[in-house]
Design a protein around this ligand. Sequence first.
Ligand code: 3HC
Length: 300
Amino acid sequence: MSGTQIRKVAVLGAGLMGHGIAQVCAQTAGYEVSLLDVKQELVDRGVAMIKDSLSKFVSKGTIDKPKADEVMRRIRPTTDLETALEGAQLVIEAASENPKLKVDLYHKVSELMSPKSILASNTSSISITLLASATKNPENVVGMHFFNPPQLMPLIEIIRGAKTSDATVDSIKAAAMQMGKETVLCKKDSPGFIVNRVLMPALNEAAFLVSEGVADPEDIDKAITLGLGWPMGPLKLLDYVGIDTALSISDVMMQGFDDNKYRASPNLREMVRAGLLGRKSGKGFYEWPSPSTTKAKASP
Ligand code: 3HC
């Protein structure tokens, strides 16, 4: 397999996905990692989530304490974009799911990064071709979609933009393998790619069931976990990935396909307006004691 040899990765965004991606890069692939966010408190929160996750792996014996310390040493937190990009052969963007914000970021990153480096987006649904069009080297831009929690979920979707080169796709396949992940290739840059195209309508439908008063959240989740064997019910999963993220994905799919079947349930929009974003804000359909937990309790 040809392509770029990766030693250092810059992860842009230290949130629910970014912190986990940085951890996988440092822990499984053994890459040097810089972890960027726009504010120190956001970087600190990302680092705290990595420490929390590593302590879970240590407590169940998956890794030992010296290995966890080594992983932490490989991760350099920063709030400076130029510092983050320095020496990185692979840049993984895990910023908020907002097309305008991402396009602005791609302009800036493209000015600062090496023209030979790869710029991979962890976007859940936004067009890779659109993001690539904001850069000087669209052949080096690709979708690299991880799943939450990146530390545990074994899949990466690779998405080809209109100008993505074969060498870039090969490099991302090799990097994913180094991270211990399986890959699938999304040959066309289509809104929601493969997984979210299937998942989001189901999550959205569960939100409609709540807004129509058909059943309580706990019963909807119980029905789907016990009836369909999902590890988490759809409303818990909405909270887990972030109501704002899910709404953005639905909106991108709605606009991209111009089809009402992707119209977001109105309660999702209301929840975002009210700051009820799920796990990351402490409350959504459920109450969440911390952003790194999987345990939620019913909202009173
Ligand atoms: N790091 C390390 N270990 C972790 C962890 C983390 N971040 N989170 C959980 N764990 C460990 C726990 O310590 C626990 O270990 P143990 O079995 O040794 O006690 C184990 O994972 C299981 O965790 P829990 O018992 O707390 O909870 P669950 O049994 O429910 O498992 C889960 C958690 C693996 C997240 C499981 O619920 C699951 O698979 N949920 C569905 C996740 C999913 O669908 N993800 C995709 C979402 S879509 C997406 O991301 C796309 C995006 O674009 C929106």
